[in-house]
Write a protein that binds this ligand. Structure first.
Ligand code: COA
Length: 370
C-alpha cells in the first residue's frame, strides 16, 4: 500500500555516481530573471560594480553542501509536511542531514540568486532501481519549472547509471504534472494515488465482524516477516500496485519492503502493537495490517492485504478495524493511508470505515530506455 514515503528509509543502499560538476543546467527565464532585473534597476552605482547575480537558478551537486546549508529549507519542509499531511518529518529530515553531511546523498541542489540552497532533490539506488527520495523547494522559490528542473537532473543521472533499468517516485507534496511535461516523458507512466484520512474516534462505532472459525487474528511479531513477504507477493500478483512498486512482484522485494517499513522512518515509526496478522488453522498467513505512527496524534496504515482465497469474507475489514482501535488506544486521534485511485475495492472498504480523500498525487515510473 504505502510505498510512498519509504524512500528515505532506503538510504542504507547508496551508490555514489561519478557525476562531474558540469556547467549549471537550465538557464531559463522565470521569477529569478525578474528578481535579477529588479535588482538591476534599484541597485546603486556601487552595487553595479559588483558581479550581477545569475539570471536564473543554478543546479549543483547536492554533495557540495552541508546539512547546515540546507537547514532553512528543511525547517520549512517540516512545517509543510505537518500542515499538509499531519506528518512529522523530523526523522526523515535527520536522515537527510546525516547523509548530506557524509556527502553521500546523490542529488541536486537548487541555488537562488544569493547562491543559497532553496531546493533539493535526492535519490537512492536499490539494486537495478533508482528511487527519487524527495523533492522540496522553499515556497518563495517554488515554481513548476524549478521542480521539474530538479527532477530532470535526478532522472538524467539515474538513467546514466549503467545498472539502473527502472526509476520510481512517489512525491506526496508535489503537484500532479501532465505526463508530457515530465523529464524523459517517453519512458514515464503515471499512476494516481489518494492520500486518505479518518477520524479515529469513529472507529469505536465500527461493528465487530465475526470471522469464520478457521481464521484467527494475532499480534504482529518479527517472526511473521518471512510469511508476510510470501503473502505480499501473492496478494499483489498482477495488482496495479506492483506496477508502481516492483518490490511487490517478488518475495525478495517484499522482504525488502517490510524491512524498510519496519526499520526506517520513511513511512513513520513502525507500531507493532497496532499491527496484526490473520492466521488460518494450518498456520498459513491469510492477511495482515501494519501500522506506524507519523505524528504524536496520527497513525498511518502502511500495509493491508488479504490472500486471494480469503477475500470478501470481512477479514480486511476486521484487520483494519483492530488496527484503528489500537492506534486510538495508543493516543492517536487520526489515521492516514495511501491507495491507488483505481483500487476501487480497497477504497470502498476504506470509505466504509470512515476514510476520506484529502489529497491526490502521482506515482511515476520510468522504464524502457534499455
Ligand atoms: C483490499 C483488501 C485488503 C480487502 O480485503 P477483504 O478481506 O477482501 O475485505 P473485506 O472482505 O473485509 O471487504 C471486502 C468486501 O467483502 C464484503 N464482505 C465482508 N464480509 C463478507 C462476508 N462474510 N461474505 C461476503 N462478503 C463479505 C464486504 O462487504 C466488502 O464488500 P463491499 O466493499 O462491497 O462493501 C483485499 O482485497 C486485498 O488484499 N487486496 C489486494 C491488496 C490491496 O489492494 N491492498 C490495499 C492496498 S491500499
Amino acid at each position: 500500500m504505502d510505498d510512498a514515503s519509504g524512500v528515505a528509509g532506503s538510504m542504507d543502499v547508496i551508490h555514489v555516481t561519478n557525476r562531474g560538476q558540469g556547467p549549471p543546467i537550465g538557464f531559463r527565464s522565470g521569477r529569478f530573471g525578474r528578481v535579477a532585473f529588479a535588482a538591476l534597476i534599484y541597485s546603486s552605482m556601487a552595487a553595479l560594480l559588483e558581479p550581477l547575480p545569475p539570471a536564473s537558478p543554478d543546479i549543483r551537486d547536492l554533495r557540495m553542501y552541508s546539512a547546515s546549508q540546507l537547514e532553512p529549507l528543511l525547517e520549512e519542509e517540516l512545517r509543510e509536511w505537518q500542515e499538509a499531511l499531519d506528518w512529522d518529518f523530523t526523522r526523515s529530515a535527520d536522515l537527510v542531514r546525516r547523509f548530506v553531511d557524509l556527502r553521500a546523498l546523490n542529488g541536486a541542489a537548487l541555488l537562488n540568486h544569493n547562491q543559497a540552497v532553496s531546493g533539493y532533490c535526492y535519490y537512492v539506488y536499490e539494486e537495478h532501481k533508482g528511487l527519487v527520495g524527495d523533492i522540496y523547494i522553499r515556497p518563495a522559490f517554488r515554481t513548476s519549472e524549478n521542480e521539474l528542473l530538479l527532477l530532470e537532473t535526478a532522472v538524467r543521472d539515474m538513467i546514466a547509471a549503467p545498472f539502473v533499468s527502472r526509476i520510481e517516485s512517489q512525491l506526496m507534496l508535489s503537484p500532479m504534472y501532465p505526463l508530457y511535461s515530465l523529464p524523459y516523458s517517453e519512458y514515464v507512466s503515471a499512476f494516481e494515488r489518494d492520500f486518505m484520512m479518518a477520524d479515529l474516534s469513529a472507529a469505536r462505532d465500527l461493528p465487530l465482524h465475526q470471522l469464520s472459525g478457521t481464521v484467527r487474528l494475532d499480534n504482529w511479531a518479527d517472526y511473521h516477516q518471512e510469511a508476510a513477504a510470501l503473502l505480499i507477493e501473492e496478494a499483489y500478483h498482477t495488482h496495479i500496485d506492483s506496477s508502481i512498486n516492483d518490490q511487490y512482484r517478488t518475495v525478495t522485494g517484499a522482504r525488502r519492503f517490510l524491512y524498510n517499513i519496519i526499520n526506517y522512518p520513511g513511512c513513520g515509526v513502525f507500531a507493532p502493537p497496532a499491527s496484526l496478522v490473520a492466521v488460518n488453522s494450518f498456520g498459513v498467513l491469510a492477511g495482515l495490517s501494519l501500522a506506524s505512527i507519523v505524528n504524536d496524534r496520527t497513525g498511518h496504515i502502511t500495509q493491508i492485504c488479504v490472500g486471494p482465497q480469503f477475500r470478501g469474507t470481512g477479514l480486511g475489514y476486521e484487520l483494519m478495524r483492530r488496527s484503528l482501535l489500537r492506534l486510538l488506544h495508543a493516543g492517536c486521534r487520526r489515521v492516514s493511508l495511501t491507495v491507488t485511485s483505481s483500487n476501487k475495492d480497497a477504497i470502498r472498504l476504506y470509505r466504509r470505515m470512515g476514510f476520506k480523500k484529502v489529497r491526490q498525487f502521482h506515482a511515476y515510473v520510468w522504464h524502457g530506455w534499455r
